[in-house]
Write a protein that binds this ligand. Structure first.
Ligand SMILES: CC(C)(COP(=O)(O)OP(=O)(O)OC[C@H]1O[C@@H](n2cnc3c(N)ncnc32)[C@H](O)[C@@H]1OP(=O)(O)O)[C@@H](O)C(=O)NCCC(=O)NCCS
Length: 272
């Protein structure tokens, strides 16, 4: 069943019981219940004691490839049963789906029953900052900070690992126009380093132009955004790909921590 606006507020509270495993969907609901952005529908297997919750983007364009479907489950069998229902997941088009790594195996099994091919996009550490007062001091002197705006969409798309295509453009547009972002501007007012907020409330797309690396910009951005999100009552967390050791170290040095046994996975189902 699809949740109403009032039920979404109750679901946000219910998901607190399953933190940190439910953090991505919890963060999505915290944002969704406060900020208007691109439409999503939220489905649960039953109400109010749900075991599976699925946040599905309403695709506005055929090229909306990376607006991801996000799933949290606390019961393997009910997850499989839910995934098998034809009305829950549209397996006929490209689908980017994020869920915990063990549950991804269940989703992949459901997809292969329908002969839908799957492709690993990312397996990530989930890093959280429980208390913004633990952030180490950073030197912001001489650094000009601002939010990103519409004129920066292409810059972000061209530099994001999964970007450089129309498929990411809609997602980045939604993030820049609706959610908190922060960038370092050069003397001519051009962004040289930036960080965004995903629809799940996770910090992400952190990037510094190669010629500006090592100047402490990423640390300033993480610190500034973490304080801002935390000050607004939002959870502060991010997903770091397992291979990205430098970023993992960077967030560790900023007092982010993780449950080392937990991994979040994103897979693409069907070809583009
Ligand atoms: C990761 C990244 C954003 C860091 O940006 P930055 O502005 O250079 O970072 P800072 O100057 O604030 O440096 C932060 C710390 O990370 C270290 N660091 C940054 N990039 C590094 C790299 N490629 N390899 C090793 N260490 C690195 C710095 O040495 C510094 O640590 P220190 O203060 O202990 O010396 C930048 O390298 C980048 O854009 N990488 C490509 C995209 C990416 O991986 N984004 C992160 C996705 S989560």
């Amino acid at each position: 069943m699809e949740l109403t606006e009032d039920q979404l507020k109750v679901a946000e509270i219910e998901l607190q019981r399953y933190l940190p495993q439910s953090l991505k969907i919890y963060g999505f609901l915290v944002l969704r219940n406060r900020v208007k952005s691109d439409p999503y529908i939220v489905l649960v297997d039953r109400w109010p004691k749900f075991s599976v919750i699925i946040c599905k983007p309403q695709y506005e364009q055929k090229t909306d490839l990376f607006k991801d479907t996000m799933v949290f489950a606390n019961d393997d069998a009910i997850l499989m049963e839910t995934i098998r229902k034809a009305s829950v997941i549209d397996w006929s088009r490209y689908l980017c789906l994020g869920i915990s790594l063990p549950h991804m195996e269940i989703v992949k099994a459901g997809a292969s029953e329908r002969n839908v091919p799957s492709d690993k996009l990312a397996v990530c550490h989930m890093m959280t900052l429980d208390d913004a007062s633990k952030l180490p001091p950073v030197d912001c002197s001489g650094i000009c900070l601002n939010s990103l705006d519409e004129s920066h969409l292409d810059l972000v798309n061209q530099t994001w690992k999964f970007g450089k295509n129309q498929g990411a453009a809609g997602m980045i547009r939604n993030m820049v126009l609706n959610f908190p972002s922060c960038c370092v501007l050069d003397a001519d007012g051009r962004p040289v380093s930036w960080i965004l907020t995903y629809v799940s409330c996770a910090l992400g797309m952190l990037y510094t132009l190669p010629e500006h690396r090592g100047k402490g910009y990423a640390k300033v951005l993480i610190s500034s955004m973490a304080k801002r999100l935390s000050g607004q009552g939002y959870p502060v967390f991010c997903f770091i790909e397992e291979e990205n050791i430098a970023s993992y170290q960077l967030f560790k040095s900023m007092s982010f921590s993780e449950d080392p046994s937990y991994r979040e996975a994103w897979y693409g189902f069907n070809d583009f």
